[in-house]
Design a protein around this ligand. Structure first.
Ligand code: ADP
Ligand code: MG
Length: 449
């Protein structure tokens, strides 16, 4: 077994034993960099992940490695910037409503000089596996703005706490370093500012304004798609600020590599510092969020109700807050805590059917794309065109739908999970050298949109 296969095997096992949020945060972008006389060197993207794997997952990693390879004696973690294995997946499932500061401009608490809203702070902010890496980086930035993690690029689906987090960084820096000039701006606002400066024939005032800040926080940067002039301007602003060690913080609903129409030079700058994803909160984090939200009201909530809400309200925190508000309002109206049944009735309309992927449907679509019958994918046929379609199906189920290797194997005709790992790797490797395969897969992906 080569080290790549060894690691993929281990990951597929580790993934089964820990939460999805933990797995994505700490194990994504790891690899085995080398093996030397029984010591496995695991490459990790940064020192946060290094620390974390060592302190929280070392035993699990070592045990799993040994179970696959007898002669493993130890594990070391080293920082290794590999080509990032980014999956566009998260964004595909989450609806992309442009929600630029919906609540911000109306709020009278916003400070006009820096656009910071004091309601976004870390006191009320719940930290869990889904956002703890971003949180750790945020704290390091607060300790030393502009020094180590520049730019800080935080991405994830809507309603997961990006604006809250980056605003809270601004608010905390503001208290800690009163002399520092901080500015929060949405990309859309920035673009409007820029256009106005051109129309008023005063581009220099724009340049001066943005170059004077010590910390720039730019929200929803994905809206830069297709705004060529704004990109140009942002590029120059970025360079000026970066060269003078000014802290730059971006948020986006997707990784820089997946922002459409983003110039290469900006893409590489965005990703040149610290890029961290926030994912959907796991069950325990949802419990913590629900408790925190109720603590800020006077309403006492039954643990049974908390548990019910946490399991019923999956997905994004904004929607979760919406449902909680409904519960709070009702209890205030009735002037009592609601029973579990009352809560159930109240929020039944807010519960979305759980996102389930019908593996069979995906396989059927892929089969029809290749002009073969669905059955042959499940069967043992080894004809090359069928093997290929089967491998592509496994690849897509894994990459785009995050389905575990064992489950894919089981659903695709009872195959062993190592076969699935092998197929996944094979397609991944082939994609590097075969542009037509990439096109095929992109065409298939359109079928699922
Ligand atoms: P995004 O910018 O990612 O779309 P927001 O930052 O606007 O999401 O967050 C949506 C709502 O959820 C806000 O009201 C925010 O205060 C709340 N929220 C987000 N993350 C957390 C968290 N970790 N703890 C508590 N509340 C949170
Ligand atoms: Mg936001």
């Amino acid at each position: 077994m080569n080290t790549k296969e060894l690691w993929e095997n281990c990951l597929s096992e580790i993934e089964l034993g820990i939460s999805k949020a933990n797995f994505t945060t700490w194990f994504k972008n790891t690899s085995i960099v080398k093996e030397d006389t029984g010591t496995i060197y695991v490459g990790v993207p940064n020192e946060f992940v290094k620390d974390w794997l060592y302190h929280k997952f070392h035993k699990l990693i070592l045990k799993t490695l040994i179970s696959h390879e007898d002669n493993v004696r130890g594990v070391e973690y080293i920082i290794h910037k590999s080509e990032q294995n980014v999956k566009p997946i998260e964004n595909k499932v989450i609806e992309q409503t442009p929600n630029i500061n919906k609540e911000l401009p109306l709020d009278l608490n916003i400070n006009k000089d820096d656009n910071l809203n004091p309601k976004y702070n870390f006191n009320s902010f719940v930290v869990g596996p889904f956002n703890e890496l971003a949180y750790a980086v945020a704290q390091a930035i607060i300790t030393n703005p502009g020094q180590n993690y520049n730019p800080f690029f935080i991405y994830g689906g809507t309603g997961l706490g990006k604006t809250h987090m980056i605003q809270a960084i601004g608010n905390t820096i503001k208290v800690k370093y009163p002399h520092k000039k901080i500015y929060y701006v949405s990309l859309e606002r920035f673009a409007i500012d820029y256009i106005n400066s051109i129309q008023n024939k005063n581009p220099n005032s724009f340049k001066e304004k943005y170059r004077k800040y010590d910390v720039i926080i730019m929200d929803d940067i994905q809206f830069i798609s297709g705004k060529d002039k704004t990109q140009e301007e942002l590029f120059h602003l970025f360079n000026t600020l970066y060269e003078s060690n000014k802290q730059i913080i971006f948020s986006s609903d997707k990784h820089p590599n997946f922002i459409q129409g983003l110039e290469d030079r900006l893409q590489s700058r965005f990703a040149s510092g610290m890029t961290v994803q926030i994912v959907e909160p796991d069950y325990e984090s949802r419990v913590a969020i629900i408790k925190a939200k109720f603590e800020s009201t006077n309403i006492i909530i039954d643990p049974e109700v908390t548990a019910y809400l946490a399991s019923a309200l999956e997905g994004n925190i904004r929607e979760l807050e919406g449902s909680l508000n409904t519960v709070v309002c009702q209890s205030q109206l009735k002037n009592k805590s609601l029973s579990l049944n009352e809560v159930k009735t109240l929020i039944k309309n807010n519960i979305k059917p759980k996102k389930t992927v019908a593996i069979k449907d995906i396989v059927r679509m892929i089969a029809s794309y290749y002009g073969i019958t669905e059955e042959v994918i499940y069967e043992k046929t080894r004809r090359s065109e069928i093997v290929r379609a089967r491998q592509v199906a496994m690849f897509i189920l894994r990459e785009d739908f995050n389905i575990s290797y064992p489950l894919i194997g089981q659903k695709l005709g009872g195959r062993d999970h190592t076969t699935v790992i092998h197929s996944h790797l094979k397609i991944k490797e082939d994609l590097k050298t075969d542009p037509s395969l990439l096109q095929e897969i992109e065409k298939i992906r359109i079928l699922f949109k």
